[in-house]
Structure formats: C-alpha cells, structure tokens
Write a protein that binds this ligand. Structure first.
Ligand SMILES: O=C(O)CCC(=O)C(=O)O
Length: 304
C-alpha cells in the first residue's frame, strides 16, 4: 500500500478543489495496482473487440469501456481506494455514490474532446456556481502528457456562472493540459470545464480511468443495479455496495417497499428499514422532514 493520505493531506486536497476546481494526488496508487489495471483493461479491450464509439464526446480514435465493475474483479479496488475516496468523502459525504467508471484509452490521431462539466446535466437545473453534483477522479494508468491526450481543463471554472455550452460563456480562458505520471490521480469538482486532449503522437496511447461519484440523492450516470448482475455484486465489499447505493441514503432515499435495495437483493446482510432510523436519529415523527436543520442542504443557502 502506498502512503495513505492523512487528515492534513485530505484537507489540503479538498481546499485546493474548492479554490481551483481540481487537485492532483501524485503517486497515489501502488505501482503493482497500476500495472494490473492497465493489463486488465488492455486484455478486456482485446477480448471484447472494443472499437471507438464514434461520437464527438466519446471519440473516434478512443477505446472506451463503461460499467467496469461488471467486466473484471480487478476494478473493485478503484472506487474504494483510500487516497481517492478519502478526499471524495470529504467533498460530498460518506453516503455518496459511485456515479460511473469508464476506461478511456486515447489513441493516436484523436481530436480534442469538447469542453464540458461532468455535472452539466445538474447545472441545467441549478444556479451556478453550485455544490458539486459530481466529483470525478481521473486515474493515470499511463503517463499523461500534453501530446498524448492529457486532460485539458480551465482552472477556477467550477466557480463561474457559465458552462462551456452557455451563450454568455467567457471565450478567452486559460486552458491547461494535465501532465501527470502513471499512478497519479486528478480529482475535480464536477462543474470544472475540462475535456480529453488531442493525441498528436504516432504510437503513444493514453490510458485513464474516470471514477465518478455523486451525492447520495442524485441519479447515477451509469446504472449499477441493472449493469452489474447480483451474483457478481454479492462478492463486493460492504463499502463498495454502499457506493453503489444498496443501503438507503439518510435512512430514506432509494427504498423498496420500506426496505433497502441491499436487503431486497442480499437479505440479512444489508437489512435496513426505511424511516425507522431517521425517527430515532431526529426524534421527529414526521420522518420526511429529516435533516431540515442541516446547513449543507442545497436550499439552505438561499433560505428557501
Ligand atoms: O479523457 C479525459 O481526459 C477526459 C474524459 C472526460 O472528461 C469525459 O469523457 O467525460
């Protein structure tokens, strides 16, 4: 295991994300794990005959795979890695969800991906700047350079009222290219303007994995309940199952006839009854009002 971030380390990364929209945790991942993940992705790409998906966002010379947890057990180590999840938990809360996992293998000749924010869908409904509706970690499994497609991003743009698609967006912005060594991880606020870079090399494939998280009350981008067969999910750790949304969020959200999804699928292992714990925690008979005094609520800021 690499050195695990301590409290001070976590706090300084979180402060950087709040200020600049992103941070880079250098040397975050054990070299053996980087090699294992890289080899696994390249093998699965070959076995499945993965081809470029051919859209502007997904790329015409890029190999992408979604729903990685269903594709190989090696990927289970990623969402729960302490050097990433420690920071994400602090940005969101420990009830946050895995929103999606995508391998992005940018090949020679690929063009720049259009700039976007990962929580752009939510920015349609919320006044920007807003709390992160997604936190993305971009794992470098090969070195990222400005020539091979290192992520392009605009520092500080998470705090702007405009998205890259807004009519009144600023035009003359500072775009940086992310250069980081394999084993480093960029963690960023979902509103940060960014996109994959062009690969201008003749033979240097850039392999990264996007591991994305969202608050527990937001819809996940990739659907794990249908994407991951229950017999595969049964082998996951409790923390990983929590990240997929099998427990209830704040004792309420996601219930199935008053039970957690985890209880419906896995029985006693994840038994949880909706509303009961909320009543116990708040002493409030009207469990639907749980959390009204919490200043982190989205509407608390505008006094709604
Ligand atoms: O590949 C990258 O560097 C960024 C990819 C990305 O932002 C996306 O696909 O949403």
């Amino acid at each position: 295991m690499r050195m695990v971030l301590d409290e001070t380390g976590i706090e300084s990364h979180v402060a950087r994300i709040h200020a600049d929209g992103y941070t880079v945790v250098e040397d975050a991942i054990e070299p053996e794990l980087v090699t294992k993940l890289r080899d696994t992705i390249r093998r699965v790409e070959r076995e499945r005959g993965v081809q470029p998906l051919g859209t502007g966002m997904e790329g015409r010379a890029t190999l992408r795979m979604y729903n990685l947890l269903a594709k190989d057990p090696a990927f289970q180590a990623m969402p729960v890695h302490p050097n990433v999840l420690g920071v994400v938990d602090r940005m969101l809360d420990p009830g946050c969800l895995l929103s999606g996992m995508t391998s992005i293998d940018i090949g020679p000749g690929e063009h720049e991906q259009p700039m976007h924010g990962d929580d752009g869908v939510m920015s349609h409904h919320l006044r920007r700047p807003h709390a992160p509706m997604m936190v993305t970690s971009m794992w470098a499994l090969t070195d990222f350079t400005s020539a091979n497609g290192g992520t392009r991003f605009v520092p500080g743009s998470h705090g702007w009222p405009a998205t890259p698609a807004s009519r009144n967006r600023p035009i003359d912005v500072e775009v940086r290219s992310l250069e980081m060594a394999a084993g480093s991880v960029m963690i960023f606020h979902g509103s940060l303007w960014h996109g994959g870079g062009a690969n201008t090399t003749s033979d240097d494939w850039r392999l990264g994995v996007n591991v994305q998280y969202c608050p527990g009350f937001v819809r996940q981008q990739q659907n794990p309940y249908l994407g991951i067969p229950p017999e595969v999910a049964a082998g996951f750790s409790d923390r990983l199952l929590a990240l997929l949304g099998y427990p209830l969020y704040l004792g309420v959200m996601g219930h199935v006839d008053g039970r957690s999804p985890g209880e419906v699928v896995f029985g006693e292992r994840m038994a949880e009854v909706a509303y009961r714990d909320v009543e116990r925690q708040t002493g409030d008979r009207a469990a639907g009002t749980a959390g009204v005094d919490d200043p982190t609520r989205l509407d608390a800021a505008d006094g709604a």
